[in-house]
Design a protein around this ligand. Structure first.
Ligand code: F3S
Length: 278
């Protein structure tokens, strides 16, 4: 099987940076999974003895704790800093930006609207920076605006870094129709655009598409959805063990892309395996 890689794929700047930090701090632990990729987390554990903590109760004196790329809620960070542990912040700078915007704008009495998934750690972290927890609203669809009541007559809005800009525009349009003052911050990350644009292009020219990444990564799921728009036979896998030969029957060219948390060594293993399929 012939394989073609997307022009942009895989690790973004923020994830590369976090992994480098974890490799530099051997024997440390991360607060929550460092990135959305179990294989890479296993590699860091095996090669660098980087452990995984699920909450503050796991922290012991003299531990070194790394904050994951998606960040953690403000109070968790505050409480962590009170412990006798060394705290290394690997939050991606593109995630720190919306956190700081929310903090600043809510101090200036703006109601906060976040376009994103309320269950996603990044969004939970960003929302936690609002001064008034009752006046931060999280939505996925413009229609959800109907039921919202903002405390202030001025609104500031940010987006989860991995969201689609077209949908964000729809939300912003709907907001402006009903409110006098709306401050819009485009916090969507370019790395996501680049991988998405490249996935859109390549999925038009191949007859089967393989998307590699964590199944709980919103970024990878979005890449998969984009590929599906042009290529029905698009499959989402975490690693080479999930490849099924039947996907490639009567196909000649396989496109490959990978989510922003997928390491090159996993991509290479997938490519090698697909290339061996006749
Ligand atoms: Fe950061 Fe963007 Fe990656 S927000 S973690 S550089 S996808």
């Amino acid at each position: 099987m012939k394989v073609k890689l997307a022009a942009n794929y895989g690790f973004c700047f923020g994830v590369k940076r976090a992994i480098k930090i974890a490799e530099d701090y051997k024997n440390s632990s991360t607060m929550g999974p460092l990135i959305h990729n179990q294989d890479e987390i296993n590699r860091l554990k095996n090669d660098f003895n980087v452990g995984l903590y699920n909450g503050l109760e796991d922290v012991k004196d003299n531990d070194t704790i790394i904050i994951r790329t998606h960040g953690i809620p403000k109070n968790d960070l505050k409480n962590l800093r009170k412990q006798k542990a060394k705290v290394i912040n690997a939050t991606c700078p593109f995630v720190t930006t919306p956190q700081q915007i929310v903090k600043k704008m809510s101090k200036e009495n703006y109601s906060i609207l976040i376009f994103g998934d309320e269950h996603h750690p990044e969004v939970k972290g960003v929302a936690s920076y609002a001064e008034d927890a009752q006046d931060v609203h999280i939505i996925m669809e413009p229609s959800e605006l109907e039921n919202l009541e903002f405390k202030n007559n001025k609104i500031a809005t940010v987006a989860q870094t991995t969201k689609k800009k077209e949908k964000y525009l729809e939300i912003v349009n709907a907001l402006i129709l009903k409110n006098k003052e709306v401050r819009v911050f485009n916090t969507i990350c370019d790395a996501t655009f680049e991988n998405q644009d490249a996935a859109r292009e390549i999925s038009k020219e191949v007859d089967v598409m393989v998307v590699i990444g964590g199944k709980n990564s919103s970024n990878t799921k979005q890449l998969h959805a984009i590929c599906k728009e042009s290529c029905d036979d698009s499959y989402l896998i975490e690693n080479e063990s999930e490849i099924e030969e039947s996907w490639f029957k009567n196909k000649t060219l396989c496109g490959v892309t990978a989510g922003a948390s997928t390491p090159d060594w996993i991509i290479q293993q997938v490519v090698n395996k697909i290339e061996l399929i006749n």
